[in-house]
Ligand binder design. Sequence first.
Ligand SMILES: [Mn+2]
Length: 233
Amino acid sequence: MKPTIGVIPLWDEKRDSIWMVPGYMEGIQKAGGIPMILPFTSDKASLSRLVEICDGFLFTGGQDINPDLYGKEKSHFCGPVCSMRDDLEKKVFELAVKRDKPVFGICRGIQFMNVYYGGTLYQDLEEEYNCKVEHHMEPPYDRYCHAVDILSGTPLEKWLKCSRLKVNSYHHQAVDRLAQELLPMAISEDGLIEAVFMPEAKFIVGVQWHPEFMYKKDAASKRLFQVFVEACM
Ligand SMILES: [Mn+2]
């Protein structure tokens, strides 16, 4: 049976509307899953039912996480935040972890996991980190931008069977202090943590790059959607 995967919606502040990057949905479908966009709700009973129905969750990219959540003051170089997403993700993640349901975090998703478990973020790489490669590329996003080194003995190495990977890169924030519950799986050429996993969980995995823009032509991106959907079966 195909697994049903709850996808966190993106929020367009200007249009007052939810939206979706098609690649999140298609990447899941191509890998054999059924994506389902979740509603913005804080109703506990609804969320608990949704987490029961879904076999896994995709935490998508989006606005910056409110620095309040990792105990920092919001600086002027932090981007817009979205409290609706912060709230929804906190609740869904907590319920998903309780039931050991797989969660795959992309971009904001890896940052969210880290913050959830007590880690911190760089609010802006240009301002707070000595970047030696481009992390905030111009479109089109289905191009390689920089490389990451895959740490040996990690699930990522097992899935991709390589020690170095070229990725796209569209982020201005990143993991700073990594939460204790998480382990790094990939490090960028200039030292940023770009993939993490939680050893205690069946599948809690985050990547800083964007497989949803690459899965059509990049085997590693396609593989990431596959291992996620397989974990949800
Ligand atoms: Mn990057």
